[in-house]
Design a protein around this ligand. Structure first.
Ligand SMILES: *Cc1c(COP(=O)(O)O)cnc(C)c1O
Length: 353
């Protein structure tokens, strides 16, 4: 049997995989804890029956892009849709980075930015956040000026720290970056402001969003970017033909009819986040303010790994970030339903007792 070795630069990369353990309370991947609205499910079921399954989908996903554009008050030719925002990020990196080009981000941050950059052959240059996980604008200036990146990332609110980036920092990056600036807003609905207000045809800025978190559609894999028209048009060079299936185009468009429900769920999750952080205040843990649907925390009296295992033993799965650079002993908990949050808090109290 002839086995072909994987590209050697990829062999060194360890993948980004959160363990999928079958436990009653899963608070490790920042999804919405609720199923989508029943009325949406019914409409989607009807779509499944009526679709022209033998035909290729609309290659440019015109209706879905129009719907997303209307949601944000932009025009459809500023919107690019793909299979999850990870595919959007990958497409940007394929189009603008690659071998011999630098890509920057500020750690600790969403690991896929560096991971996908390496997969497409680009060189990753990482800046660092302050001890409290905020980002010093002088660090942005230093790293971007020195490395002249083809693509620069800022994640706001930042996964896994929850930090909301001030507008000033995006402006500093735009002022010094020679290439495309990507603001990853997977958690934008929880944030007090959005970089969408900075998007226009004269600025090489894209803002990425996803249906995976607030829209209760992680199973469907749908994400998008809003950016300059020229960039959206040029990105066609790297998209596969008919990359977004017809069913998902319709399901995403239908979801937009339920924006009110989505927003009320966001309010519930913010209330749940307050319950969790109030409990943290009474326990021996350090935690960081979050503008997202998760909270990063560090037990003071036990190792992060031991607490992670103790929670798992009680049927609660959180994200173990304790081995990530700059996150020693840290864990990240996704806000769940009222009951899930209670179960988590009770389990944490027991583990730390
Ligand atoms: C979850 C997440 C994504 C991935 O979103 P998909 O649309 O599910 O691919 C992108 N960026 C950040 C920061 C995330 O946390």
């Amino acid at each position: 049997m002839k086995r072909i070795p994987l590209r050697s630069d990829l062999r060194a990369l360890s993948g980004y995989h959160s363990p999928q353990v079958d436990v009653p309370v899963r608070l490790n991947t920042n999804e919405a804890p609720y199923a989508p609205p029943v009325a949406w499910l019914e409409e989607v079921a009807a779509v499944a029956r009526d679709l022209d399954w033998n035909r290729y989908p609309d290659r440019v996903a015109a209706e879905l892009r129009k719907g997303i554009a209307a949601l944000h008050g932009v025009s459809a030719d500023q919107v690019l849709v793909a299979n999850g925002s990870n595919e959007v990020l990958q497409s940007v990196l394929l189009a603008y980075s690659g071998v011999g080009r630098n890509v920057t981000m500020f750690s600790p941050t969403y690991q896929m930015h560096a991971q996908i950059a390496r997969v497409v052959g680009a060189t990753v240059v990482e800046g660092v956040r302050n001890a409290d996980f905020t980002l010093d604008p002088r660090e942005i200036e230093r790293v971007v000026t020195e490395s002249q990146p083809a693509v620069s990332f800022i994640c706001s609110p930042n996964n896994p720290t929850g930090t909301v980036e001030p507008r000033e920092n995006i402006e500093v990056m735009l002022a010094v970056a020679p290439g495309v600036v990507v603001v990853d807003e997977a958690y934008a609905q929880f944030s007090p402001w959005s970089a969408l207000e900075l998007v226009n045809d004269d600025t090489p800025l894209v803002v990425t969003r996803t249906f995976s978190k607030t829209w209760s559609m992680a199973a469907a894999r749908l994400g998008y970017l809003i950016g300059p028209r020229w960039l959206v048009a040029d990105m066609e060079a790297v998209l596969l033909p008919y990359h977004l299936d017809a069913f998902k185009q319709r399901a995403g468009l239908l979801a937009l009819k339920f924006v009110g429900e989505m927003e009320s769920r966001v309010r519930d999750i913010v209330a749940g986040r307050d319950v969790i952080t109030a409990a943290f205040d009474r326990l021996p843990v350090t935690w960081w303010p979050s503008g997202a649907n998760f909270v990063l925390f560090r037990p003071e009296s036990m190792s992060g790994r031991a607490v992670w295992q103790g929670l798992l033993d009680r049927g609660v799965l959180v994200r173990d970030c304790s081995s990530w650079a700059g996150l020693g002993d840290c864990l990240r908990v996704t806000v769940g339903t009222v009951e899930e949050n209670e179960t988590f808090v009770t389990a944490l109290k027991e583990v730390l007792a």
